[in-house]
Write a new protein. Structure first.
Length: 93
């Protein structure tokens, strides 16, 4: 759904896209629950830290990469509106 964000033309479409992005993001909570139930109390903290850390790392890296892709698009002469719509494809890759 992230790749479709650049195609949004009105608030209703934005709500639909955000719903599906949230649905995909909710799997993170289920993964944390699963790892809490799967591992023993001696290692559950480490397991949750690894699972949660990878999830948070992905979000941070995406922000860095999107910024690194967005600003060169401005230099190519692309308008601000077209550039942000184009860069929304990055998280989907």
């Amino acid at each position: 759904p992230c790749a479709l964000t650049g195609l949004v033309q009105n608030s209703a479409q934005l709500c639909v896209i955000r719903f599906f992005i949230g649905l995909g993001g909710s799997t993170f909570v289920m993964c944390q629950y699963w790892s809490s139930r799967m591992f023993t109390k001696e290692v559950v903290g480490t397991a949750n830290a690894i699972v949660g850390g990878w999830g948070n790392l992905g979000g941070g890296v995406t922000q860095l990469i999107m910024g690194s892709v967005l600003f060169p698009l401005f230099k190519t002469g692309m308008s601000a509106e077209q550039a942000w719509r184009t860069v929304c494809i990055v998280p989907a890759v």
